[in-house]
Design a protein around this ligand. Structure first.
Ligand code: KG4
Ligand code: ZN
Length: 344
C-alpha cells in the first residue's frame, strides 16, 4: 500500500510518501520513501512566534509543490492508494489547507482518505526509527503546542497520564529566549546558549512536583525567569544569558525526569520515548536517558528528522490505520482543538 501523508497543522508544510507491504499483518512499520518539509521559520522569526494568517497563506502557496516533490521519482501519483492528513489539533487556517488538499487529491486520484491526529502521529514517530520497538511505551510528547505524558498500550490505545495545565514546554523555551533577547525559535538558541552557562547559578522553580499525578506547568517557570532578568537588570547586575538559559534548562529537565521515572515505576513499564520538537534538545535527552537507564528502563527517540513536525509520521500513522480498516469520510473537517483520544 502506497500512502501519501500531508502535514500543515502549524508552521511546517510537509508531505511524505510511505509504503506498507500488503501482507504486513499484526505490527507492520511502513517504509518511508520521501520526507519533504518546508519550514516557515524565517517568515515568523521577525514576529517572535507563529502568525496564523501568515502560516495559512504560506501553506496554500507551497502545498502543491511540496506534494509533487514528495512523490517525484518515487511513484506515480495515480498509484497512491491512500492519503493521510493531519486534521487536528493545530491552527484552523493552517489545518484547512492540508485537509482541502487531501480531499481534492483523494477525489482526483480515487484514493482513500485517512484523517490523522497530529498527537498520535508524534507518538508513532518513535516506531519509524526504532523498528523492533513495541508497545507498551511511555511517551513524553513535548512540542511548541503540547506537553503530555502518554502511556501507549497498543496502536490506537492511549492513556493520557498528564498534560500541561498552562504553557507547553516548547512555548516556555520560546518565551525565555524572547526575554533574553536571543531570537526565535527559542529552543535551539537556548540549548546552544546554555552550553556556556552555569546551571547552578539561579534556582528556578520545579513546578507541580509537590503534587501527585503527572501534570506539568511551565508558566510559573517562564514568569520566574522574566522576573529574574528584569530584577537583575534594574539592579544593574544582569546575569549572563548563558547562566539563565542553563538554569532554566536544568529546571525543565528536573521536572521532565521526575515525571517520567515516576510513571515507569507506577505502571511497571521500562520503555520510554521522547517525541516532538523539544526532543531535539540534546541536553534534555541526555538527562532523561540517564534517569530512565538508572531506573532500569530503555530510552528511545525518533531522531531529529521525525522529532519536529513532519509528514512521514502522518503518512505512517495513516498507513497503519488504513491497514486496520480505517477510511475517513470526505466530509471530515479540521479540528483545531482535537484531543489525543478524540474531540474536545
Ligand atoms: O513539534 P514542533 O516542531 O511543532 C509543534 O508541534 O509545536 O515543536 C516546535 C517547538 C518550538 O517551541 C521550539 O522552540 C522547540 O520545539 N524546539 C526546541 C529545540 N528545538 C525545537 N526546544 C528545546 N530545545 C531544542 N533544541
Ligand atoms: Zn507537532
Amino acid at each position: 500500500m502506497l500512502v501519501l501523508g500531508i502535514e500543515t497543522s502549524c508552521d511546517e508544510t510537509a508531505a511524505s510518501l510511505c509504503h506498507l507491504p500488503e501482507n504486513s499483518c499484526g505490527w507492520g512499520v511502513p517504509r518511508i520513501l520521501s520526507n519533504v518539509v518546508a519550514s516557515q521559520e524565517e517568515l515568523h522569526g521577525p514576529f517572535g512566534g507563529v502568525v496564523p494568517e501568515i502560516a495559512s497563506r504560506a501553506h496554500a502557496e507551497l502545498i502543491s509543490e511540496i506534494i509533487e516533490r514528495a512523490v517525484e521519482g518515487k511513484a506515480d501519483l495515480q498509484n497512491v492508494d491512500c492519503v493521510g492528513v493531519t486534521y487536528g489539533p493545530g491552527l484552523i487556517g493552517a489545518l484547512l489547507v492540508g485537509v482541502a488538499a487531501a480531499k481534492a487529491l483523494c477525489i482526483g486520484i480515487d484514493a482513500d482518505l485517512v484523517a490523522v491526529n497530529h498527537l498520535e502521529a508524534h507518538i508513532y514517530s518513535t516506531f519509524l526509527a526504532i523498528k523492533d520497538l513495541r508497545p507498551p511505551v511511555i511517551t513524553l510528547l513535548v512540542s511548541g503546542g503540547h506537553t503530555m505524558l502518554v502511556l501507549m498500550e497498543a496502536f490506537g490505545k492511549y492513556l493520557v497520564l498528564g498534560e500541561t495545565v498552562d504553557d507547553a514546554c516548547g512555548e516556555a523555551f520560546d518565551k525565555v529566549a524572547r526575554v533574553l533577547e536571543l531570537g526565535y525559535p527559542g529552543g535551539p538558541i537556548i540549548e546552544k546558549t546554555a552550553k556556556e552557562g552555569d546551571s547552578q547559578s539561579v534556582c528556578f522553580p520545579r513546578a507541580m512536583l509537590n503534587r501527585e499525578g503527572y501534570d506539568f506547568s511551565f508558566s510559573g517557570l517562564k514568569t520566574a525567569v522574566a522576573n529574574h532578568v528584569r530584577g537583575t537588570r534594574q539592579l544593574g547586575r544582569s546575569r549572563k544569558a548563558e547562566d539563565v538559559a542553563a538554569s532554566f534548562q536544568l529546571a525543565v529537565a528536573d521536572v521532565l525526569c521526575a515525571r517520567v521515572v515516576c510513571a515507569m515505576r507506577e505502571f511497571g513499564i521500562p520503555s520510554v520515548a521522547i517525541v516532538g520538537g523539544v526532543a531535539a534538545n540534546g541536553y534534555l535527552r541526555e538527562r532523561i536517558a540517564e534517569a530512565v537507564n538508572a531506573a532500569g528502563g530503555s530510552f528511545y527517540y525518533p531522531g531529529l528528522e521525525y522529532c519536529t513536525d513532519n509528514a512521514a509520521m502522518v503518512a505512517a500513522t495513516a498507513a497503519v490505520k488504513r491497514a486496520g480498516g480505517v477510511v475517513s469520510s470526505l466530509e471530515i473537517e479540521a479540528e483545531p482543538s482535537l484531543r489525543l483520544n478524540g474531540k474536545a
